[in-house]
Design a protein around this ligand. Structure first.
Ligand code: GLU
Length: 470
């Protein structure tokens, strides 16, 4: 049977790293098994879903290099792929459950439900709906309707049933139906709730494997009961571990940046986020695999079982490696949005100069003024570092040589060495600081190559003046 998986985001905000990880697992699983990857937009929450969030989600997935075989704005045999466009489809199944008395209208108000909840908690019981609207008479229903109450539809959870399924990652799972209260399948606005719509869609879209975070496990138990009530064979389930913060709680906003977009803005490459999220559960990686290798080696259990503690330092390491390793052309095009004004040819030269010295594209962009504007400002600290007589000697010897028009920089360095016996840091560091204002960065010879000769001359002159005046 051909594998069909889906990623089903709700367009209620930016794509969270945890959800991106779910998308990546599904995508890798589909590509690994030559199956289909479906994108389904779960936009039934009318208040929170927004078309601009959907557009942003799609853009973010594309940026991550995730493509889909079926989805909104893409042809497929199982569409539409937006739940808000599938409302008519759900009707048939809702009516069937009502007809077969497997579902019922519930007229309880928010306040009544809250009172019930508090009562359960007081008794030390998990809060669940008592099922009191199961037994309403027609007259009672009419009375409630007269009062203007808008009913929801609840699923009648069968008593004393045990839900057992074999999770592909977590192994055997067991739930008792008596722990599950009659849950809402259609809200009072007539729109199906998640647990219901997801079952109908997964069946009609012929999804073979549902791969999602383990925070959905209790939903799966409810969904299992629905599959059974509707006479459907459920897909296989795989619940992966959640993305945790270093304090081992679910990664959330209070831990800092959590959306893919924020990392994109910070200057991470999509390949870095993709690789890092794909392999996080496997422990620290020493070698970075490209997408082809990731597809080839993907193993749902390995990827989804382990603890996944998000470590930004590790992600930075991956990003740094990839900034060096990816084709220059690609890194330059990822750098372009950070330096929109930069000329393409010059940008490429610049990226080649600095890419080994930075961990993010943003850090790279921060270096742009040093190498691409004629003047630099030297900090107090920099001037201080150039004050010693040895440094001044190196600077003025280099400056004198440049002034005579010499441009064989290696030869000049060699001459200075012969005169002063300074080498290594003593020779290089003053020049580096005078020319760039900072004490680390690209190789000195690369800096000489990159900066126009007249800038070398003017920067050395400016540095010497400042040091002498101070
Ligand atoms: N819309 C749900 C979510 O974003 C999908 C969960 C699922 O994969 O079933 O959490």
């Amino acid at each position: 049977m051909k594998v069909r998986v889906r990623f089903a985001p709700s367009p209620t905000g930016k794509l969270h790293l945890g959800n991106a990880r779910t998308a990546i697992f599904n995508w890798l699983f589909a590509r690994h098994s030559q199956g289909s990857f479906v994108l389904r937009i779960e936009d039934t929450d009318k208040e929170r879903s927004k078309p601009e969030y959907e557009a942003q989600l799609i853009e973010t997935l594309r940026w991550l290099g995730i493509d889909w075989d079926e989805g909104p704005n893409k042809k497929g045999n199982f569409g539409p792929y937006r739940q808000s466009e599938r409302l008519h489809i759900y009707q048939e199944y809702i009516q069937r459950l009502l007809r077969e008395e497997k579902a019922y209208y519930c007229y309880c108000t928010e306040e009544e439900l809250e009172t019930e909840r508090q009562l359960c908690l007081k008794k030390g019981l998990p809060p669940r709906y008592s099922g009191k609207c199961r037994y309403l008479t027609e007259a009672q229903k009419r009375e409630y309707e007269k009062q203007g109450r808008q009913p929801v539809i609840r699923f009648k959870v069968p008593e004393d049933e045990v839900v057992i399924f074999e999770d592909l990652i977590k192994g055997k799972m067991r739930f008792f139906s008596n722990d599950i209260g009659d849950f809402v399948i259609v809200r009072s606005n007539g729109i199906p709730a998640y647990n219901f719509a997801v079952v109908i869609d997964d069946i009609l879209m012929q999804i073979t494997h549902v791969v999602r975070g383990e925070d959905h496990l209790s939903n799966t138990a409810s969904q299992y009961l629905l599959y059974k009530a509707l006479g459907f064979t459920p897909p296989q389930f795989a619940h992966h571990s959640l993305l945790l913060a270093p304090d081992r709680t679910k990664l959330s906003k209070r831990h800092g940046a959590v959306s893919v977009e924020e990392y994109r803005k910070e200057g991470f490459l999509p390949q870095a986020l993709f690789f890092y999220l794909a392999t996080l559960g496997r422990g620290a990686q020493k070698e970075i695999w490209d997408r082809k290798q990731l597809v080839k080696r993907f193993d749902l259990k390995m990827a989804g079982k382990g603890n996944a503690i998000f470590d930004k330092k590790q992600l930075l390491w991956v990003n740094k490696q990839l900034l060096r390793a990816l084709p220059l052309e690609d890194v330059s095009s990822y750098a372009q949005p950070f330096l929109p004004e930069a000329d393409k040819g010059l940008l490429k030269k610049f990226v080649a100069l600095v890419r080994e010295n930075v961990s993010t594209l943003k850090e790279m962009a921060d270096l742009w003024p040093i190498f691409n504007t004629s003047k630099i400002a030297l900090s107090k600290q920099a001037i201080e570092a150039l004050k010693n007589p040895e440094a001044q000697m190196v600077l003025s010897l280099f400056y004198e040589a440049l002034k005579t028009g010499q441009n064989d920089y290696e030869a000049i360095l060699h001459e200075i060495y012969q005169k002063t016996q300074f080498k290594g840091k003593n020779l290089m560091l003053p020049l580096r600081i005078a020319l760039t204002g900072v004490n680390n960065g690209p190789q000195l010879h690369a800096i000489f190559e990159y900066l126009p000769h007249e800038w070398l001359v003017s920067r050395l002159k400016a540095a010497l003046n400042l040091v002498r005046q101070s």
